[in-house]
Every structure is written in C-alpha cells, then in structure tokens.
Design a protein around this ligand. Structure first.
Ligand SMILES: C[S@@+](CC[C@H](N)C(=O)[O-])C[C@H]1O[C@@H](n2cnc3c(N)ncnc32)[C@H](O)[C@@H]1O
Length: 284
C-alpha cells in the first residue's frame, strides 16, 4: 500500500528550501533539480514517507500525493476551487454516497475529484462544461488521480441553456449562476441543496436576489472561509506574516416548497361584525 510505483505521481520535498515538486515516475527517467538528479528507478525502491538523496547530496522526502498535493501541482489552464472551499462545499452541500449530483463548470476537475471521492462509487456525478478542451483536461486529471469513474458523466454543454434530469445536489462554479436558477425549478429536487462558489460579492448579491425571487429557496446562507496559518517555531508563535487572503464566497441554500405570504384575517369594522367575531361577555 505504501510502495511508490511506476506510472504514478510522487511528491519530492527538498530539505534545503522545503520546495515541493510533483513528478510522474517512469522507468529509466531522471528527476533533475538544482541539487543534481534522482533516478526514478531509485525512487520506486523508497516507501511513502521515505528519504532519497540527490546526486549533489541534498536529501528529499518522498511522498505519495494527497488530493491537495495533486490539485495544487497540476499544470492547470483554468482556476480551481481551493481545497479549504472544496471541503466546505462538500460538507455544507451534504454530499454523501448514493446521491445524484450535478456540477458546472468542470474546469480542471478539482471539484469533480472531491465529489467522486465523497460519493465513494455510489450515486452519480454529472458535470457540465462549456469548453471541450477543459472537459478533456478534467477527464485526464480525474483518470490520473481518482482512476476509472463509471458513475461520472462529463457533458460539453451550456448549463445556462438547460438541465436534463433531476438532481439531489447542484454545485456551481460559474460566472453567472443566477442564469441557472430558472432551470433548477425542475433540475433540483425539493429538499435538495444548491452550493455556489463566487469570487466577488457582487456575484453573490445577484445570485441571492435570483434565489429569493424564485421563491423556492430557504436557509440561504452566504459566507467566506479564511484560512490563517500560524508559525510555531521555538518562542516565535504567531500568525504567518503572509496570508492567502481571499479565494471566493460560498452560497448554500435548500430547495423547498414555495411558501406564499401568510393571509391575515380581515379586521371586523362595524359593531355587528364585532359581535359576530367575538362572543361578548354576559352582563351581570
Ligand atoms: C473556474 S472554472 C471551474 C473550476 C472547477 N470547479 C475546478 O475545481 O477545477 C469555471 C468553468 O466554468 C465553465 N463555464 C463557464 N460558463 C459555463 C456554462 N454556461 N456552462 C458550463 N460551463 C461553463 C468554464 O469554461 C470553466 O471551465
């Protein structure tokens, strides 16, 4: 289980600067670095978590990539959802095995991989992506990291135009998710959850307005998550000087039966009407 194999990616971290490199292992190839080189044939002899020394004497930690390692190291052409937000989308969106999930757009497939892992092979993931080249990239990344996914269907199409089928969960990473709201009237089942990922607060406003206007959504919540790393080194225990401050906002909500405004009983006007409405106390 913790053997490193040809054909898989490996993370190499140098002891000098702690820089992480991801490389795919192939028989007879070399990983070259400013510290010399390392033969791939030597890396496959090391276990996950082990150490290997480059030709100039610098040591490297050898690790199998985690989801975060993989996603942060792929050569990507589209922006991805950052793992802290992906985690929240799965949890707030209550994604679990057996559900039918719809996602758009796919981009490089970072969120798709996380959804497929949460489904654990049970249920389905349908992904709409406008660009054929991105759909192709995503399919390759998913196959490389997750493996075969017979429960995953990537469709090259515009979600602003339509949705086919009805889903338990819809997760959107699109510039204008409010254009999808009319299609969710049939596309998201009652009781189902919608999660949107939006970089700017003006997008959040437009989306929440559209959800409120549709009238089918309850528990609408808009928030952002900030990860604040701390330095813990001897007596120096403090927040890191640098922080990656903003990624995006999230909106979560639940599709419900439309609740019309409460009808208040009309007020009685005349004394006769008052007598009809209230029983008058008997005089002693
Ligand atoms: C930021 S990327 C998505 C990244 C992805 N969530 C990930 O984690 O890798 C946004 C994607 O939405 C796609 N897109 C934009 N408008 C779309 C639409 N109307 N229908 C389907 N996909 C769309 C874009 O082509 C792009 O690939």
């Amino acid at each position: 289980m913790n053997k490193i194999e040809y054909g898989t990616n490996v993370i190499l971290i140098d002891e000098e600067r702690g820089k992480r490199h991801m490389t795919k292992l192939r028989e007879g190839l070399r990983f070259t670095t400013q510290y010399g080189f390392i033969e791939h044939d030597e890396i496959v002899k090391i276990l996950d978590g082990g150490i290997i020394t480059a030709s100039k004497g610098v040591r490297y930690r050898v690790l199998k990539p985690t989801y975060i390692d993989y996603i942060m190291n792929i050569k990507r052409r589209a922006q991805i959802i950052y793992p802290k937000d992906t985690a929240a989308m799965l949890m707030e969106g209550d994604v679990y095995p057996g559900l039918n999930v719809l996602e758009a757009g796919v981009g490089q497939g970072a969120l798709s991989i996380a959804i497929l892992r949460a489904l654990g092979g049970k249920g389905t993931l349908t992904s709409y992506e406008l660009r054929e080249d991105f759909a192709g990239d995503a399919a390759r990344f998913i196959a490389e990291f997750y493996g075969e996914a017979p429960n995953h269907d990537i469709q090259v199409r515009n979600i602003y135009e339509s949705i086919d089928g009805e889903y338990d969960r819809v997760l959107l990473d699109l510039p204008e998710p409010w254009q999808v709201v009319p299609h969710l009237e049939k596309g998201l089942r009652q009781g189902g959850l919608l999660v949107c990922y939006l970089p700017t607060i003006l997008q959040v406003k437009s989306c929440v307005d559209a959800l409120r206007e549709a009238g089918y959504y309850d528990e609408i919540s808009s928030f952002e998550l900030i990860k604040r790393p701390w330095k813990v080194d001897g007596r120096s225990v403090r927040p890191e000087m640098w922080t990656f401050n903003h990624s995006a906002f999230l909106i979560t909500c639940r599709k419900v039966e439309k609740m019309l405004p409460k009808v208040k009983p009309e007020k009685a006007e005349t004394p006769e009407e008052l007598e009809e409405t209230y029983e008058m106390p008997e005089e002693e």
